[in-house]
Design a protein around this ligand. Structure first.
Ligand code: APR
Length: 179
């Protein structure tokens, strides 16, 4: 059984076996969450990214976590869609990011994965639909991962994720506890 939980904080401080980064296609590192993870993992992450890159939007590739503290063993690099208004297949690419990250995690045999809100920063994907896509995709993808942690970087993002998860788990809108 896979549990989806939401936390407010920095993804580099999460005690999961894998961290997902919202990368660009080169996998050489960038700003935002990618910059934070590359800073925490050290310079070998960019070299490892270069060795497995480039990565197409919607795909995911794994590298070691290098200097990220245990239990983090892997970084799963995924490339989200750049938001162009919503009619360019952005939703399908974002769903693919979440699906492929779980498939890569299963290939690595990890049981816990932390995700940022992929594509909702520099790439401009609106936070509410992105959260709904994340929760719907993660909740409907078969995986051996037991803990999926969605990491919100600010309280607004946290509220958006909690609402999306609650709506998905209580479609009748009857409210109820949110993990
Ligand atoms: N921990 C958790 N979440 C974070 C952190 C962090 N340390 N830093 C940023 N975030 C959040 C942002 O608030 C946003 O909600 O991650 C989400 C994704 O934002 P970006 O990092 O801008 O990623 P994205 O929108 O997918 O754009 C990717 O930006 O940094 C470049 O190289 C990257 O070109 C790529 C593009």
């Amino acid at each position: 059984m896979t549990r989806i939980e939401i936390v407010l904080g920095d993804i580099t401080a999460q005690d999961t076996e894998a961290l997902v980064t919202a990368a660009n296609e080169s996998l050489l590192g960038g700003g935002g969450v990618d910059g934070a993870i590359h800073r925490a993992a050290g310079p070998r992450l960019a070299a490892a990214g270069a060795a497995v890159g480039p990565c197409d939007p919607g795909d995911a590739k794994a590298t070691p976590g290098f200097e990220l503290p245990p239990p983090v063993r892997f970084v799963i690099h995924t490339v989200g869609p750049v938001w162009e208004g919503g009619d360019e297949g952005e939703a399908e690419v974002l769903a693919s990011c979440y699906r492929r990250c779980l498939a890569v995690a299963d290939g690595l045999g990890v049981r816990s994965v932390a995700f940022p809100a992929i594509a909702t920063g520099v790439y401009g994907f609106p936070a509410e639909p992105a959260a709904r896509i994340a929760v719907a995709t993660l909740g409907s993808t078969r995986t051996s991962v037991e803990l999926i942690r969605l990491v919100a970087f600010d309280e607004e993002a946290e509220e958006v994720l909690r609402t999306a998860l609650d709506d998905a788990q209580h479609p009748s809108g009857d409210g109820g506890a949110v993990s």
